[in-house]
Design a protein around this ligand. Structure first.
Ligand SMILES: Cc1ncc(COP(=O)(O)O)c(C=O)c1O
Ligand SMILES: N[C@@H](CCCC[NH3+])C(=O)O
Length: 429
């Protein structure tokens, strides 16, 4: 379920009229619903708890999906952990109140400095993705007098996902250590003073809407756990990653019930039954995707003989997904269209100087005029977190709604911040 709905002729986020947000904060602006975030987190956590009786499942929210401080604090307060991929993310997770013992650190290119920061912070787990990283982490741990708990992220050679660019589990992808290597690395790590291997991790891709590929990958992981134990290794943890997808085509009365989540949980429960491992999960998109929209204002209409361009004040730097993955986002007008309103097919574009700055082509919308507000739906995941200042556009603002309250949790960047932090080289000043 999400909490964006029409009321009194306008689109609301929970009990807040989006027109009020546009007026007070300006556009473009991301708007997030606390209620949706909470609902999706709880649905997920409860489903995973049902397959780990007597043990609280570790749900590490993949904060790359949305790292807004208000969103992070909402999830930290619900008891979530954080899946991080950089020192910046670890720092922000700590600032948002995630305790270090609920933080995991993934990623193929962790630097020595980042690993040292993570070890010193006392995080729960490093997900090691290569032999080179294993050596580096152990050196760092030894230098700091710590034995960092870690798992090997294994590449199961089973990829899946909504788009080739977001598949991670195929052996052609850069992620993880190979199945063949993990035995040797486990044996090597046993003699390392700076690292303690606790188990395995896997993550096969993103926006996956059926359980088949997960099942194939997890079955391989189960066999690997058993084989490693036969070799005498300790495998206490199994981190199954994220990747469960969400509907982007959202009917007005959409209720994102437990369906896919429960099917996934049931499959995981069956595959891991009797394995006696602590399960971990890293959902991102599923928690926040349907909890956010990008609110934008129509700037211009540009009719051509064969099409109509609708130029809005958001651009690909604010929401990169359509340009990068040909991703589909529903567009809802903020003013509720009267029944029978004529529809016009629009190419919805932003102000950036690239033809790729196109959100959609030939999309039927009620007739628009400059000043009208529209919302890109399902923009809570990989929206603001992938935004940039391309074309020297100010980083987009973000607002969190809770009931009838809203707060600007990231103000639009100022021109002083955008330009004033640059430095002139001495020979030009
Ligand atoms: C290691 C890892 N964990 C978790 C995620 C979260 O994925 P999603 O947002 O699809 O749940 C990602 C991104 O795909 C990832 O790379
Ligand atoms: N950024 C991608 C997903 C990548 C997931 C990160 N591993 C998207 O918007 O769909």
């Amino acid at each position: 379920m999400h909490h964006f709905a029409y009321r009194d002729g306008a689109l609301f986020a929970e009990d807040v009229d989006l027109r009020e947000i546009a007026e007070k904060v300006g556009t473009p602006v991301y708007v997030y619903s606390s209620a949706t975030i909470e609902r999706h987190y709880r649905l997920y956590e409860q489903a995973m708890a049902s397959i780990t009786p007597g043990r609280k499942p570790h749900v590490f929210y993949a904060m790359k999906a949305n790292s807004n401080l208000g969103v992070l604090k909402t999830l930290a307060a619900l008891g979530a952990g954080a899946d991080t991929v950089s020192e910046g993310e670890i720092r922000k997770a700590l600032a948002a109140g995630f305790p270090p013992e609920r933080i995991v650190f993934s990623g193929v290119g962790k630097s020595e400095g980042e690993l040292a920061f993570a070890v010193e912070a006392g995080i729960y787990q490093v997900n090691i993705e290569s032999e080179s990283e294993l050596d580096l982490l152990s050196r760092v741990g030894e230098r700091l007098g710590r034995r960092q708990e870690a798992v090997f992220r294994v590449n199961p050679d089973i990829g899946a996902g909504g788009h080739a660019k977001i598949t991670t589990g195929s052996s052609a992808n850069k992620f993880g250590v190979s199945f063949e290597d993990v035995h040797r690395l486990y044996a090597r790590a046993a003699n390392m003073a700076g690292v303690r291997i606790m188990g395995l991790a896997v993550h096969i891709g993103s926006q996956i809407r059926e359980t088949g590929a997960f099942e194939a990958a997890y079955a391989k992981m189960r066999d690997l756990v058993l084989a490693l134990r036969e070799e005498g290794h300790r495998v206490d943890r199994l981190d199954l990653g994220g990747g469960l997808g969400i509907p982007y085509e959202v009917p007005r009365d959409f209720d994102h019930g437990p369906g896919l989540i429960e099917a996934y949980a049931g499959m995981v429960g069956k595959l891991t039954a009797g394995l006696d491992v602590e399960l971990g999960f890293e959902p991102g998109r599923l928690i926040v995707g349907n909890a956010g929209i990008l609110l934008t204002r129509v700037l211009h209409l540009n009719p051509r003989p064969t099409k109509q361009f609708l130029v809005v004040d958001a651009a690909m730097n604010d929401l990169m997904r359509p340009a990068m993955y040909e991703a589909y986002h529903e567009i809802w007008p903020v003013a509720e269209p009267a029944p029978g309103t004529a529809a016009v097919a629009y190419d919805v574009v932003g102000p950036i100087c690239e033809s790729g700055d196109t959100f959609t082509t030939g999309r039927e919308l009620p007739q628009q005029k400059p000043g009208d507000l529209i919302a890109f739906m399902t923009a809570g995941a990989y929206g603001a977190s992938m935004s940039s200042t391309y074309n020297q556009r100010l980083l987009v603002a973000e607002v969190l709604v809770k009931g009838d309250q809203f707060a600007v949790t990231r103000p639009r960047q100022s021109y002083e911040e955008l330009i004033g932090t640059d430095r002139s080289p001495p020979w030009l000043s």
